[in-house]
Design a protein around this ligand. Structure first.
Ligand SMILES: [Zn+2]
Length: 319
């Protein structure tokens, strides 16, 4: 252990801020199943993972919790969508503090985005679900809406639906737009279950990062969809992850990007030294196991203390 003038080194310091994280609960009251790739999915057990997460967080007392989206599964019978979402929200509400939500594709298979935003209490302008907050002066949390331009969630004749369908038509020749057949390399992200950040949201992000820079704040960006090919499978990436990262790389304030959606989880450090961490899904925890965590933010690093299948990790900032 290193000491400086009798003060314990950074390794032992108290974090500036702690918050709970969980992703892809994808609860449904249906028998266990498998993903397209054959990975087992435990639809009924996942809400027990959430219950244990909340119990743990209530002991650890983080300042808030962030849910990375997909709280119910697309296979949830549609006449149960509302009650299933309510059931999951009720579990989150057992946490003694604020819970910040984001929406994922599976949420949007069940309910229109307008209804979801209202139920999840997501701050919104024009039906969009991006926002930021500064829980302590040193840090800002930015939550992106990865389904801003999307073929799911908006009304069928909405300009964003049409724009997304057009975008997909130009890039994915398959009749099933969720199939990456024939798509090569990074093109494999052009699937219907993904989406994009729109122009106005990009401008907003630019403004927020400028403001954070002026205020000498470090930023953690959260998005349901991963933003770096090194941290996720190509099929899981945000359609315009490159445009989002172009904005982020103009500044030096973003230290880490956290995401869900790609259930196996992942990590990378990009060309600008930003950490990208994809969180392991609660849905794929075999009965009795867990995937949730506590993020501890220090001046110089982000520490993820994960339970069971969520791998613990220390991410030291490059500068
Ligand atoms: Zn998802």
């Amino acid at each position: 252990m290193a000491y400086t003038n009798g003060i314990v080194s950074a390794q032992c310091k108290q974090p500036l801020l702690s918050f709970g994280v969980i992703s892809d609960v994808q609860y449904a009251d249906i028998p266990d199943g498998r993903s397209f790739l054959g990975v087992p999915r435990y639809y009924r057990h996942s809400i027990l993972v959430l219950q244990r997460a909340v119990q743990k967080w209530n002991e650890q007392k983080p300042k808030f919790v962030i849910n990375f989206g997909d709280i119910i599964d697309g296979f949830c019978p549609k006449d149960q969508s509302l009650s299933a979402i309510k059931k999951v929200i009720d579990e989150f509400n057992v946490f003694n503090g604020p819970v910040y939500h984001m929406i994922g594709n599976h949420c949007l298979y069940n309910l229109p985005r307008e209804k979801l935003l209202q139920m999840l209490n997501i701050p919104s302008i024009d039906g969009l679900a991006y926002y930021d907050f500064s829980p302590i002066p040193e840090y800002r949390i930015v939550v992106l809406d990865g389904y801003d331009i999307s073929a799911i969630g908006w009304p069928k004749d909405h300009e964003k639906t049409l724009k997304a369908l057009n975008f997909l038509r130009e890039r994915n020749p398959n009749s099933d737009k969720n199939s990456p057949n024939g798509l090569v390399g990074l093109e494999r992200r052009f699937l219907m279950f993904n989406g994009a950040v729109g122009k106005e949201q990009l401008e907003w992000l630019d403004h927020v990062l400028q403001d954070a820079t002026n205020s000498n704040q470090k930023v953690v960006v959260c998005c349901h969809l991963p933003l770096d090919p090194g941290a996720a499978t190509k099929e899981a990436l945000l359609w315009n992850y490159d445009e989002v990262m172009y904005v982020i790389h103009r500044y030096n304030c973003v230290k880490a990007c956290l995401a869900g959606h790609d259930h196996k989880g992942g990590h990378s450090v990009d060309s600008h030294g930003i950490h990208h961490r994809v969180l392991e899904a609660a849905l794929e925890c075999p009965p009795g196991t867990d995937a949730f965590g506590l993020v501890n933010l220090f001046d110089d690093r982000l520490q993820l203390a994960g339970a069971d299948r969520m791998e613990s990790q220390e991410m030291v900032f490059s500068c």
